[in-house]
Design a binder for this molecule. Sequence first.
Ligand code: PEP
Length: 257
Amino acid sequence: MRQKIVVANWKMYKTIAEAEDFMKRFPGEVSGVKDIEIVICPPFISLPGLSVLMKGTSLILGAQNMYWQKEGAFTGEISPLMLREIGVEYVIIGHSERRKYFNENDLCIKRKIAASFAYGLNPILCVGENFEQRSSNETEKIIREQIFSALEGFNLEEHQLPKMVVAYEPVWAIGTGTPAGGDDAEAIAIYIRSLLREKWGEVSDQIRILYGGSVKPENITEFTGKENIDGALVGNSSLKENIFADLINAVFRERRV
Ligand code: PEP
């Protein structure tokens, strides 16, 4: 059975002091939660401080991005090696905001996915259609292109595959307050699973697929209650510790009934 996973993407929110303040309170609010991976992806500068505060908790550290080289003359970039040193385990790759505002293309995303595997980081590959693509019924075509271009051209060993996470994030649902419907998200998760199976066969059934886009405590179980949705990537609702804790606790309660 695939373990549920909820990932907080703090984007460019929170100073170091604010991030640490959150982390002093949050573990206590989810202390009863078992068997759900909770990953916190703060801005880079908060990673070292949070890694200290998260010691002794079951929370996991993630990054929002990275470069694909180990080191070099790449001003302003952070390498997978640097992330590993701090204790980062997951890294978000190809978020739609990076594709849109920082011109990340398929080649760059593919290189980052390859580098994350090479350095023992678990990639969270984000895919999803924008509003125009959805309106012209191109959702499946876009997702197919995004998945295959990100994973083409390098060999993955069987044991590496289950470490990958795919997040279905329809661009029109991110930060808008208008989530996809649970059934629609499940239909796309099934489609993504069929693509992964087409490429890797049955072992790909171990890959976790998340939904992301305006998830809140009130709607999270519409997604995590589906057979093929193994968790969520959460932006806005992960910024306040009580709201994020409510969201996690809702997933936990649902798993127990
Ligand atoms: C995201 O940043 O990936 C996201 C899903 O944001 P929000 O939850 O705010 O829509």
